[in-house]
Design a protein around this ligand. Structure first.
Ligand code: GRF
Length: 201
């Protein structure tokens, strides 16, 4: 097996974060190997991106399995076969169970488009706009199996101005994410971040 720190990315949609990670790797700015894309939607754009980048993918249809645990077992097996060091959830639209969280705790991170613990769950940008907050942002955190919960690794804020719309905020948030996520992955790969495993609940 190569000396590289090996990551897998879980995504369900467009995959612009997946692309940003791959671009950082290809530009020599991020010293990791992307071993696998895991995607639960065969028609998602991210699947096409992986093909174009020559990155192997595991694409599945959740409905074809009896339970979440069953497909997660299959995912876990692939991660273990590929000796994946870190799993990055970037727009993966499913809650994961302890089948993945327990063996991967501390090596499993998620990016969320709000300043957690504010506005977890779906449509975080709309939630922030509707609430009327003046500052929102991006959070990268370890995953503990809850809905966007777990120890926070990094956050970056973004001011909301009066003319902002959901689309304009989402665009700014993506720009932040595309820098912040590769940065955090690089720090973890370099051993600069350590999680106290006692925080596992
Ligand atoms: C990102 O905003 C991320 O924070 C959220 O889902 C979105 C995924 O975007 N979890 P993309 O598919 O990477 O473009």
């Amino acid at each position: 097996m190569s000396k590289f720190f090996r990551i897998a990315v879980f995504a369900s949609g467009s995959g612009s974060n997946f692309q940003a990670i791959a671009d950082a790797v290809n530009a020599g700015k991020l010293d990791v190997h992307i071993g696998l894309l895991v995607c639960d939607r065969p028609n998602a754009r991210v699947v096409e991106r992986a093909k174009q980048l020559g990155i192997p993918s595991f694409v599945f249809r959740p409905k074809e399995y009896e339970s979440r645990e069953q497909y997660e077992q299959e995912i876990l097996q692939r991660l273990q076969e590929l000796e994946i060091d870190l799993v990055v959830m970037a727009g993966y639209m499913r809650l994961i169970t302890q089948v993945l969280v327990k063996p991967l705790y501390g090596r499993l991170i998620n990016i969320h488009p709000s300043l957690l613990p504010a506005f977890p769950g779906l449509n975080a940008v709309k939630q922030a706009l509707d609430y009327g907050v003046k500052v929102t942002g991006v959070t990268v955190h370890y995953v503990d199996g809850g809905m966007d919960t777990g120890p926070i690794i990094a956050q970056q804020s973004l001011d909301i101005i009066p003319d902002d719309t959901e689309e304009s905020i989402a665009a700014s948030i993506h720009l932040i994410e595309h820098v912040l996520l590769p940065q955090v992955i690089g720090q973890i790969a370099a051993g600069q971040l350590k999680l106290n495993k006692d925080s596992y609940i």
